[in-house]
Design a protein around this ligand. Structure first.
Ligand SMILES: Nc1ncnc2c1ncn2[C@@H]1O[C@H](COP(=O)(O)OP(=O)(O)OP(=O)(O)O)[C@@H](O)[C@H]1O
Length: 266
């Protein structure tokens, strides 16, 4: 059984094709980064996985359950940090975690979750309405992990986080993966998925244009883009999300690549 299986998944808003025939399999235990610029279709895909919206065509299966026909079974096993999450201004951080436990029908070790998300006990006593964006984001993330879900779906989890918050998130994702949780998270920042993801998929205007390991992407870039060399264990500085898009959206033919790359042969 795959953690997530998308087959020819399509979502159309009127004339606009937001998700365009996506086929994707994510194995159990994988940490998968779903990359794409604004408007690529990441949230639409995630919302279909959770049955918040219905696809126009194709199927989405989550942990063996049909996302549209068995959403309750999906929700019971999946922890979610939605893109537009909201907190209760008057409830404290601690109360939010207890609430997440009640909604999941499970007990919560509040101190462990606070430690996991780097929220000081004193801050956990304050109403969430007084939190900074980063603190709110970390609390929402902690709520997603309550109940030890089999799959964590995180929509742009690093937005609003400072570098410390981003490294906390990376640690949290790795810790979840180490205990066997599958993690699927979207981002438009390559740096934020680097080092934590086993594989990444790149979505561009609704189409999945590449699925590979970061190393695989690096090798493709070094093979196709002049002046970009893969060396050692570190990614080359030039490997930005923009460089990847340039590579994958212009095809893999070397001559087209050279024409597309600034400084390449004309
Ligand atoms: N309810 C809607 N009605 C019409 N168009 C929509 C709707 N929701 C999304 N879209 C369009 O579908 C496309 C994909 O949007 P989506 O929010 O899935 O992208 P995204 O990759 O998550 O972007 P972002 O990184 O900005 O969140 C965009 O062009 C968006 O304008």
């Amino acid at each position: 059984m795959a953690a997530i299986q998308l087959t020819d998944l399509t979502k159309r808003y009127g004339d606009h094709l937001a998700v365009d025939g996506v086929d994707l399999t994510i194995e159990l235990g994988e940490v998968f980064g779903f990359l794409g610029p604004n408007g690529a279709g990441k949230s639409t895909t995630i919302n279909i996985l959770l049955d918040f919206i219905r696809p126009t065509g194709g199927t989405a299966t989550v942990l063996g359950y049909d996302a549209q026909r068995e959403p309750r079974a999906v929700h019971e096993r999946v922890g979610v940090l939605p893109e537009g999450y909201s907190l209760y201004d008057r409830l404290t951080g601690r109360e939010h975690l207890r609430l997440a436990g009640r909604l999941n029908g499970c007990s919560v070790d509040v101190e462990t979750v606070l430690d996991r998300i780097g929220l000081a006990p004193a801050d956990a006593e304050r109403p969430a309405g007084t939190y900074s964006t980063g603190m709110s984001q970390r609390l929402a993330l902690g709520m997603a992990t309550v109940g030890d879900p089999d799959l964590l779906v995180l929509d742009e989890p690093t937005s609003g986080l400072d570098p410390h918050g981003v490294s906390l998130l990376k640690r949290l994702v790795r810790a979840e993966a180490d205990r066997g949780t599958t993690v699927f998270f979207s981002s438009h920042v390559l740096d934020h998925v680097e080092a934590v993801c086993d594989r990444v998929g790149i979505l561009d205007t609704g189409r999945l244009i590449a699925v590979d390991t970061i190393n695989g992407l690096r090798e493709a870039v070094s093979a196709e883009m002049p002046g970009v060399e893969a060396s050692g264990a570190e990614l080359p500085d030039e490997l930005t999300l923009e460089a990847l898009f340039e590579l994958y959206t212009t095809g893999t033919d070397a001559s087209r690549q050279q024409a597309a790359v600034p400084g390449g042969e004309q």
